[in-house]
Design a protein around this ligand. Sequence first.
Ligand code: ZN
Length: 331
Amino acid sequence: MPVLRDVVGHEQVKKRLKNALTGRVNHAYLFGGPPGVGKKTAGLAFARALLCQRGKGDACGECDDCTISERGVHPDLHIIRPEGASIKIHQLRAMQDGAAFTAFGTGRQVFLVEQAEKMSLAAANCFLKILEEPPSGVVFILITDDLSGMLPTVMSRCQQYRFGFLSGEEVLQVLANTGTDAGYDDDSARVAATLCGGCPGRALAMLNGSDKRGAMLELLMRVVRERPGSVFAPVEELAERENLAGFINYVILFFRDVLIWQITGSTELVINVDRHSYIVELAGAYAKPEVMDILVTAEKASGRLASNVNQRLVLDSLLFKIAGLGDNDRG
Ligand SMILES: [Zn+2]
């Protein structure tokens, strides 16, 4: 489990949490903000600090409780996450029972609730009931990517912490902290940090391959290399709206790099530095006006997709443009 001092970014939140730890500890905290920015990491670090016997504002890292936390799971930390589509009342009841157990060390029991917006109405009411007469030492940490999905009655009973996006530098720091043996190079880390939009969780997904960037760029290169033959081949892979939106986004970012390379001949402002050979290849295959044309078409496609236009039409118009169909034969 992490410690607060190692949590990257979120300075305001960390400051408030340290104050909470040295002052009066509340019964319920709510960590809200976009996915993948480190809410759960901060929640675990906060839980660890709450369970530490000696810490002042953070876990000491040395006491018995900290040693147990270090190994992974502390018996007084309970993690609740949705069963199926929602958090059910029986999970909260178990929590109520669990809270009655004798705590192992500090006398605290910490309940970390993931995707707290998924509490069923019955579960939320049960939670509110627990908070009416909270068993001593019980602390809830609710985590949500979707504050709008939270019940106002639940929110109002929690001390609220808003998490924002990290800077590119901070994302790189998270990657450096977690990636010592993850097997990716500096270039890949830099690209992921640039493309992840301030969400280190997303950058890590890109780096461990669970993100579709690599596949999307391969698809793009296939269309470019086999034009016009392949124009209709990849449609299946882009049948889902989410995939198509991702593809269009990567087309924009990639052709933007191609244009920068054509104009400056330098990688200084290029985002996809780890695909330099592709950028050079495309820079040779398309004239500047064609690249600009593709960028305009891709931007339009992105807008049309957002306004719910027929997906197939959006995709075809973009692929036709990339394949150069309808343009003069370039030989
Ligand atoms: Zn400790």
